[in-house]
Design a protein around this ligand. Sequence first.
Ligand SMILES: [Zn+2]
Length: 93
Amino acid sequence: MAILEVDLEDNFGKYDRVNLTIEIRKDASPSQKAATLLHEMLHAIWGESDLTKKYSNDGEEAVVTTLESGLYSAMINNPKVFKYIMESGGAAT
Ligand SMILES: [Zn+2]
């Protein structure tokens, strides 16, 4: 998965299911870029899972936006919890 900072006019980010890239609007604020990256990662998970077959695409944006907001807030407000997850999952420290 490649993450590219590019000029985007209509939105803050875009997930390309064919090329497996996430584009982030390069003139967005750092916090907006972070939230957008999380949002587009959730679109990628949705797109690569069976959720596309089980639910209509109409629900994708609402689900992704709700999860993005909740996860982003949880990550910002609970860094020790996410550090624990990262370290327990075998991520390099
Ligand atoms: Zn979206």
